[in-house]
Design a protein. Structure first.
Length: 267
């Protein structure tokens, strides 16, 4: 793992109310979060940028990530739309720029050199990929001059990280960033997760996040209110026992929430 990405971040997928989004980003940063994740696809980069600007936290202490839309992955479109994202965010650079999905306009030989160009120009400090299988991750690592510092994928108790993906990330030095860590709340009501939460006297959300951290992932849960933001942040202090982890690992139900047309993942 690269240890480039902070251990727990704020996801903003689906947070499309501008005022609410900006306020949640500001609140999260002032609670201690240092990683904020957005994307062109989320249509909230303006609000995320407003939240970053409003927070009483120095810009250089905030790790801002965004992603290039799958339809914008042709080389010239990557360059043009990355600059448009920076304009919307109100930032001179982002800390991490992702390929959002390796689908639609994605062509590694055309797409990835554009990411190198943005990295060399200082418009992004780091380059990452999202929803990449082990083979696609290795291919990207071979083509890119910049290190691949992260692969962002769906991870939660109903979809644990695959061993081959973990190994591939370790081989290239990439952090495994976990989106949808609650499986859009479905994982919060699983009996195994509930039992561990009851044992520790904490929320099932904290259990899901602590479990993800034990797997070497960097989860980015979405939250919009102070109470939920603070509760998620407290997961950093929750220590699960080997028995706790084994109980969650033993959940047999499997479910992938995100599977767009052209997804490289087996359903």
């Amino acid at each position: 793992m690269s240890d480039t990405v902070p251990p727990l971040g704020l996801g903003t997928s689906g947070n499309d109310d501008p005022d609410q989004c900006a306020e949640s980003v500001r609140t999260a940063l002032e609670l201690g979060y240092r990683h904020v994740d957005t994307a062109q696809m989320y249509d909230n980069e303006v609000a995320v940028g407003e939240g970053v600007a409003a927070a009483d936290v120095d810009r250089e202490d905030v790790f801002v990530a965004t992603k290039i839309h799958p339809e914008n992955l042709a080389g010239e479109d990557v360059l043009d739309t990355a600059e448009a994202s920076l304009d919307r965010l109100g930032l001179e650079y982002v800390d991490l720029l992702y390929v959002h999905w390796p689908i639609r306009a994605y062509d590694p030989a055309d797409t990835l050199p554009a990411f190198d160009e943005l990295h060399e120009a200082g418009l992004t400090r780091h380059v990452g990929v999202s929803n990449f299988t082990p083979d696609l991750l290795r291919e990207a690592d071979e083509i890119l001059d910049a290190p691949v510092v992260a692969n962002q994928v769906e991870v939660h108790p109903l979809l644990p990280p695959r061993e081959d993906l973990v190994a591939a990330c370790e081989a290239v030095g990439a952090d495994l960033v976990a989106y949808a860590p609650f499986c859009r709340r479905a994982a919060l009501d699983v009996p195994g997760v509930e039992a561990v939460a009851e044992r520790h006297g904490v929320s099932t959300a904290q259990v899901c996040l602590a479990w993800s951290l034990t797997k070497g992932c960097k989860p980015i849960p979405k939250a919009t209110g102070h109470e939920h933001l603070a509760d998620n942040w407290a997961a950093l202090d929750l220590e699960l026992s080997d028995e706790d982890v084994a109980r969650i690992d033993g959940i047999e139900e499997r479910y992938r929430r995100f599977d767009p047309d052209g997804s490289p993942w087996e359903t």
